[in-house]
Design a protein around this ligand. Structure first.
Ligand code: PLP
Length: 429
């Protein structure tokens, strides 16, 4: 007789989402570029996958700090000085590098304080529910990152009212907030850079809506931290000119190429979040070595080298975006290091990724549920250390792709992320 665990797993394999993927895996086994193993990495933005060396256009390390010897040495020194992990929740104690990294992040960001969590997911599932009580409301952009969604679900389970508003739409935000009243406070949760499309939110307009409605702005700037804005402080200060009425969430894993996430803002806010974030209280911290690495990254961001790296990155982003637009491709987003090209159907998106891989370029084929069904994209992540030849080579491969796979023509050079149905067609059992 089967055990309850066997029956549970059997039930889960019959859910709509699992069947959707099983059907895809069965129909297109050789197209799938998912769950691959990177076998070796070189400093020139190439890696080996499936025995083939390809140029990597799928890394969040936008300024190449993953290969920076100063960052690597700081991490190695951290291991020598502090061991591999301090093995204690921060509710009991924090190692000196943790406190020092928070002070350094706050000084660099220009906020009173910062609070480090082990990841941005753990910020959004700890701080977001921690900010609200049953008298309050949280509203999230419909395309905000999955971890914001998960944080909202935890808050909802604790009787916080939650709702979504239409993507990047201040009018709909106002409508949704008005519909949730009466509440005591409201939190508006958005991404600073939309990770699948490269779009930016209209933060100033959102602040106007917030000011009239007892709301604060919570911006998950995971993809802006360390790479956009002055000295890499991200998108918020650049868009708003200040941090008033805003909590900024940043990533220490993406452009920083270390580990962790943080909230930056007022000291009082960080203090209260330390007491109200279950993910921080009941989980372990970032290892000391990575906290040392974070300090080394901030030293580079505060030096003239940041300007040089940003100039290279911007030139590469423009070269790729202009080239893709002149090929007539449907380029999404707004000239940030994430350049997404709309493909559409899941099968074609996977086919397109496979085609580019075979031509020597790794980009991510992003399909449902990371984007809406039938709105698959090729997500290209540009690096400051890509050479002009590597960018031009990818453009040549994209030109060849256009001949091989039907791609949607560009309606405009840069368009908004399409709002198509959020769920796939039901699959017959
Ligand atoms: C906007 C956003 N938030 C959160 C995350 C998750 O970050 P982490 O890996 O630190 O949990 C991502 C990852 O891509 C992201 O794009």
């Amino acid at each position: 007789m089967s055990l309850p665990l066997d029956r549970l797993i059997a039930s889960l394999t019959r859910t709509g989402m699992t069947r959707f993927f099983q059907k895809l895996f069965a129909e297109f086994p050789d197209l799938l570029m998912k769950d691959q193993t990177v076998e070796a990495v070189r400093p020139d933005r190439t890696f080996r996958m499936n025995g083939t060396w390809v140029t990597n256009f799928g890394s969040d390390s936008f300024l190449g700090f993953d290969q920076d010897l100063r960052v690597q040495e700081a991490i190695e020194k951290g291991v020598r000085d502090w061991g591999t992990h301090n093995g204690s929740s921060r509710a009991f104690s924090s190692v000196r590098p943790n406190v020092a990294a928070e002070e350094k992040i706050a000084a660099w960001m220009g906020t009173e304080a910062a609070l480090i969590y082990p990841s941005v997911t753990l910020v959004n599932t700890g701080a977001l529910p921690g900010l609200a009580t049953r008298h309050d409301a949280i509203v999230g952009d419909q395309f905000a990152h999955n971890s914001i969604d998960e944080g909202m679900k935890i808050a909802k389970a604790r009787c916080v009212r939650t709702a979504k508003f239409a993507h990047n739409d201040p009018i709909d935000l106002a409508r949704v907030l008005d519909g949730l009243r009466p509440y005591r406070h409201a939190i508006i949760a958005v991404d600073g850079v939309y990770s699948m499309s490269g779009e930016l939110p209209p933060l100033r307009e959102f602040q106007k809506v917030a000011a009239d409605r007892d709301a604060i702005l919570y911006v998950d700037d995971a993809h802006g931290t360390g790479v956009l804005g002055e000295r890499g402080r991200g998108t918020v200060l650049e868009a708003q000119g200040n941090y008033d009425n805003t909590l900024v969430v940043g990533s220490l894993s993406k452009a920083f190429s270390c580990l962790g996430g943080f909230v930056a803002g007022q000291t009082a806010a960080c203090e209260v979040l330390k007491l109200r974030s279950n993910s921080l209280i009941f989980g372990g911290p970032v290892p000391p070595s990575y906290l040392e690495g974070i300090g080394a990254v901030i030293d580079i961001l505060n030096s003239p080298e940041y300007d040089r790296l940003r100039a290279n990155l911007d030139a590469n982003v423009h070269r790729l975006t202009d080239g893709a637009c002149s090929l007539g491709l449907n380029v999404l987003g707004g000239r940030v290091p994430i350049v997404s090209i709309l493909v559409g159907a899941e099968e074609q998106t996977l086919q397109a990724g496979r085609f580019l891989f075979e031509h020597g370029y790794y980009v991510q084929s992003v399909i449902f549920p990371a984007v809406a069904h039938a709105a698959g994209v090729l997500r290209i992540q540009v690096n400051a250390n890509h050479t002009a030849e590597q960018i031009d080579g990818l453009l040549e491969a994209l030109a060849a792709l256009k001949q091989a796979v039907t791609l949607p023509a560009a309606e405009a050079a840069v368009i908004r992320f399409p709002a198509v149905a959020a769920v796939p067609e039901p699959i017959p059992a």
